[in-house]
Design a protein around this ligand. Structure first.
Ligand code: PBG
Length: 341
């Protein structure tokens, strides 16, 4: 007996467009080229220093000279943008994070040297107090444990000016204080830095996926009386989506040049919603925990690293991100090149 006996044959056969690799390539809707990626870099004092980060296999804290070498290697693969994060010696961290706005701090020295040694690169600096804070918060912490918004914004605006003076192309506030974009824009314009752009971490969630990053910078909130153990009073509740739209409207009104969603893969719906509502370029941050999960499963032989990492990044682009921050930028750029060859 023929089981499909009298059934009509399907008229629509979308599988025709999946028949061969050549056809699949023709009709592919999303292409993620390495020039849309940003490679985050963790920077250390010293010379010729490499310190592997245990929860982020393949990524290390590097001294400025080694960071420059890696930036050059990245540029030769088509990755031209770098997000810099300084790993500050614990003895230099203070409750008021004074070092954050010092024009000779590690970050500012790194920006000057990278801009000088890597012509054509795009340097993005992080604006938040946590790498410099002895209590591990992005803002100033009052005696009663409150994270002080307006006092913090004053320092963030000073940070933006010193980063712009050092040569940053883009300053990126990741702190989630209210009103920081407008304050930074005003402060930089007053000092003549009208061409330094602002990439706002618009919808940054209070996510547990930042764990490995906090290990890299030793920047987790410290366990002490009257120091909040998490960042929930400033980073967003993972349960909220409409609030991301509100944050995006405010950032646009404050003249942000680019906005960002972070983390990326667990928040694809947020990327898509913001994509539909803004004409600004949209970035997404494929964060440390997202990278670590794939690395760990691959190490156990449970997942194929190359396929899963590529699929994750393409999904983030498909959801609507123009720009993707990822620790896998170098690997992806190599795979991209191989896939052309
Ligand atoms: C801090 C900052 C964090 C990340 C980027 N900037 C951590 C945090 O908010 O605690 C996380 C990035 C990652 O996990 O890859 N301002």
């Amino acid at each position: 007996m023929n089981p499909s006996g009298n059934l009509p044959r399907p008229l629509a056969r979308p599988r025709r467009m999946r028949k061969t690799d050549a056809i699949r390539r023709l009709v592919r809707e999303t292409r993620l080229t390495p020039d849309r990626l940003v490679l985050p870099q963790f920077i250390l004092e010293g010379e010729d220093v490499t310190e592997p980060i245990s929860a982020m296999p393949g990524r290390s804290r590097l001294s400025i000279d080694r960071t420059i070498a890696e930036c050059k290697a990245a540029m030769s693969l088509g990755v031209n943008a770098f997000a810099l994060f300084p790993a500050i010696d614990g003895t230099l961290k203070t409750p008021d994070a004074t070092l954050a706005a010092d024009p000779d701090n590690l970050l500012c020295r790194a920006v000057r040297q990278i801009k000088e040694s890597c012509p054509g690169c795009c340097v993005i600096t992080d604006i938040a107090l946590d790498p410099y804070s002895s209590v591990g918060h992005d803002g100033l912490v009052a005696k009663d444990g409150t994270i002080l918004n307006d006092e913090t914004v004053t320092i963030l605006a000073q940070m933006a000016v010193v980063h712009a003076e050092a040569g940053a192309d883009i300053v990126a506030p990741s702190d989630m204080m209210d009103g920081r974009v407008a304050a930074m824009r005003h402060a930089m314009d007053e000092r003549g830095h009208t061409d330094t752009a602002i990439l706002s971490y618009t919808a940054k969630y209070a996510s547990a996926f930042y764990g490995p990053f906090r290990e890299a910078l030793d920047s987790a909130p410290v366990n002490a009386p009257n120091v909040p153990g998490d960042k929930k009073t400033y980073q967003m509740d993972p349960a909220n989506a409409r609030e991301a739209i509100l944050e995006a409207m405010l950032d646009e009104a404050e003249d942000a040049d680019m906005i960002m969603v972070k983390p990326a893969l667990p928040y694809l719906d947020i990327i898509t919603r913001l994509r539909e509502r803004t004409h600004l370029p949209l970035a997404a941050y494929h964060v440390s925990g997202e990278y670590a999960m794939i690395k760990a499963a691959a190490k156990l032989g449970w997942l194929d690293e190359r396929k899963c990492m590529s699929e994750s990044l393409i999904a983030i682009a498909r959801a609507g991100a123009d720009v993707i921050f990822t620790y896998a930028a170098l690997d992806y750029a190599r795979w991209w090149r191989e896939s052309l060859g």
